[in-house]
Design a protein around this ligand. Structure first.
Ligand code: DX5
Ligand code: ZN
Length: 218
């Protein structure tokens, strides 16, 4: 199995102290940044100016998860701002291939995300254009929700495709990932684990990152 990577989600951090909150998890692999527009999801968070500032405030690779309408228009800007990975939702994109190519041309990894109710099979060919598959393990919009284990067959399918050499992808899970759920996600084949409340809700976020990584390795 691949070495697990932990991506704390700043959705669960203190938005008035984002630089310090990033520093608190400097042992993490990626920093997950949830961009929400109150249209694609019923919540509003942050956008490009905050990502541009975060880029200067931390050395962590930024993993931008765009839960927005019209990612075709906005996604390349996040790559130009220095994000390491820019993930769009397949349910929102008009031309996902075109967006992936624009993200990659700007120097970032391109990610594709599927909501819990969106099947993966129709998009297996499309995934050749992407570096990351983000499988949502909650309905996107809010932190602190319960992990949906019923989504794990999609993680399993993606891992099989990677292991068979049909795809080259990070397989990322997002939503409800914590000490009690990360092993199931790892066993199914995920290698990048987003955790919001399980990291920033802990007394020592850096220790929570290490503990999650150890559990994913088990
Ligand atoms: C939810 C976001 C997640 C969220 C996860 O729509 O995409 O990244 O921050 O939060 P937890 O880990 O608390 O479920
Ligand atoms: Zn997310």
């Amino acid at each position: 199995r691949p070495e697990p990577m932990i991506a704390p989600s700043i959705l669960a951090a203190d938005f008035a102290r984002l630089g310090e909150e990033a520093d608190a998890v400097d042992n993490a692999d990626w920093l997950h940044v949830d961009v929400m527009d109150a249209h694609f999801v019923p919540n509003l968070t942050l956008g490009l100016p905050v990502v541009q500032s975060l880029r200067k405030a931390t050395a962590l690779p930024l993993d931008c998860h765009l839960m927005i309408d019209d990612p075709d228009r906005w996604a390349p800007g996040y790559a130009e701002a220095g994000a390491a990975n820019v993930t769009i939702h397949v349910e929102a994109a008009r031309d996902p291939v075109q967006v992936a190519r624009a993200i990659r041309a700007a120097g970032a990894f391109a990610g594709l995300s599927v909501k819990p109710g969106t099947p993966l099979e129709p998009y297996l060919e499309l995934l050749r254009e992407f570096d990351t598959l983000l499988v949502m393990t909650v309905e996107p919009g809010f932190g602190g929700q319960e992990f949906m284990a019923e989504v794990l067959p999609k993680v399993r399918l993606a891992r099989e495709q990677v292991n068979a050499g049909h795809l080259r992808l990070f397989v990322e899970v997002d939503g409800g990932v914590g000490a009690d759920t990360i092993e199931a996600a790892a066993e199914a084949g995920a290698d990048v684990f987003v955790a919001g409340s399980a990291v920033y809700g802990a007394d020592d976020p850096a220790r929570a990152v290490d503990a999650l990584r150890d559990r994913a390795r088990a």
